[in-house]
Design a protein around this ligand. Sequence first.
Ligand SMILES: *Cc1c(COP(=O)(O)O)cnc(C)c1O
Length: 234
Amino acid sequence: MSENKDITNIANRLAKTQNNIELIAKKFNRATNSVQLMAVSKTKPNEDVEAAYQQGQRIFGENYAQELANKASQLAHLKDIEWHYIGPIQSNKTKIIAQAANWIDSLDRIKIAKRLNQHGEELNKVINVLIQVNISNSETKSGVAVEDVDDFAEALSELPYIQLRGLMAIPDKKDDIGQIKNEFLTMKTCYHALQQQYKQIDTLSLGMSGDIEPAIECGSTLVRIGTAIFGARN
Ligand SMILES: *Cc1c(COP(=O)(O)O)cnc(C)c1O
């Protein structure tokens, strides 16, 4: 049956992805357990998430607020699953994101952070966040400018239901590995500076299917992989 075939494919692709991460970590003298894998399941059905979960995958990423909310409630029986929201955050969606997500990795506006803090208080839930950094300085990409990260982190430290855990970035250019690596190195520096100031900082999310190697080389602790695990999206 095609469903069983899909599940076998996901198990195989997941194992291959984990193996790849281990090989790259070894290459750069990093402990294999220092790089975690987020399975990006956006647009994919619940069965695909369950298939990956059955193989031991626990961290999942979603880009669309309503889709995250639906999956989180329909898959509530999957214990200790960890949902990360990694998409753009609209003001009118902050509540459902705060309810469904364990982590929000794409935070880049104080106004949004304050709303999330309010929801956290109402839900009695501390929300883990990453600051999304506009590493390529592009006008279209979301994210906080590198030079503004300090001020942003300081503002977050005043919100009791927001727990800053680190940084996330998405490079603009997908084909220029030299530039991507430079940008990742800037992220590494920025991350270490943040760690000096706040003791709870433990997550640097860099790397997708196409740039996982420079990401791990530059210290990523959480790579975000969709296509390589679940196949192409429609
Ligand atoms: C979709 C997405 C990914 C996964 O991308 P793939 O190319 O499918 O591996 C990772 N990070 C973010 C922020 C995404 O939106």
